[in-house]
Design a protein around this ligand. Sequence first.
Ligand code: NAD
Ligand code: ZN
Length: 346
Amino acid sequence: MTKMKAVVKTKPEPGAEIIDVDIPTPGPGEVLVKVLATSICGTDLHIYQWNEWAQQRIKNLPQVMGHELCGEIIELGSNVKHLKKGDIISAETHIACGHCFLCQTGNAHICINGRIFGVDINGVFAEYAVVPASNVWILDKKIPKDYASVMEPLGNAVHTVLAGEITGNTVLITGCGPIGLMSISVSRLCGATKIIATEINDYRIKLAKELGADVVLNPKKDDVVKKIKEKTDDLGVDVVLEMSGNPTAILDAFKALRPGGRYSILGIPDKPIEIDVSRDIIFKYITVQGINGRLMFSTWHKTARFLSSGRLDLEPIITHRFRLEEFAKGMELMESGNCGKILLYP
Ligand code: NAD
Ligand code: ZN
């Protein structure tokens, strides 16, 4: 067998096709993986829609889409020592060079030469995929395979929640997409004492409540800043975890954060945003922190421990499961926002 089914971005226009392509061969330091489950991320949707960002960022068409996966190792390239056939794995999707200044100083997640599956090179919406051995995360048998596929975005949530103090703190999570929803669960697990979430989509508002957010506000209906002040004795929240990328949400959160608080931003706005640096940052004495990817691999260790402890239930967040052939249905649902995480099975 030399061919496999894959979801391929074939042309520089909206859409993608499921076609037969060659099964890739693992080179030195790489492994071939049979994909057991994969999941759709917002980035995949942007590539599918062919938005402005995708038009500028994606250079190598045709390209297999997707980056989140659970797989089984079925072949080892040369020089792979610490892995074996049959290992069930997830994978870090940022491929670091290992020799630049950032890699050498403990910041491989922002490697200068970094490449990303399904963005810079062929991805994992396929029956098989090649993964560098150094990016493989061997799965603890206690962790369900479906969860392995979503460990990568869960790692974004874990990275953001744990990027500063959280225990005993009042937290605002802006945006309850899959990563915002995961952040609600992780914040609860880590001892946040009040969790306020904001979201505009009713389906996701319901999910945020189910996951245990204490207050869920809808900026389309509520005066978010006023309500947050009311819920925090007029002080504002201790921590903001920005998970929407929405400019209004980003700016309102500066107002809802207490003086001296932590503002961690994961959400990606698609345009520059104007802020009052003196008023909102300097005199307020807050810490603003960009969050990118996952720490390699301390975030993965924590994420895996949360999952194997059984204390983090992702079941409510995984709302849909489709066959890989039905990827277009998944993309439509993602576009509507009426979903949590969507899994695809090759
Ligand atoms: P998502 O797009 O599914 O979620 C964003 C949510 O914000 C949506 O549910 C949307 O309805 C909601 N929203 C929109 N406007 C809002 C407003 N004014 N107030 C409150 N909520 C609002 O994305 P996701 O997959 O959950 O990811 C979260 C964000 O993190 C996205 O912006 C994504 O691009 C970004 N991201 C960043 C990294 C990184 O490494 N920095 C990695 C992955 C994702
Ligand atoms: Zn590097």
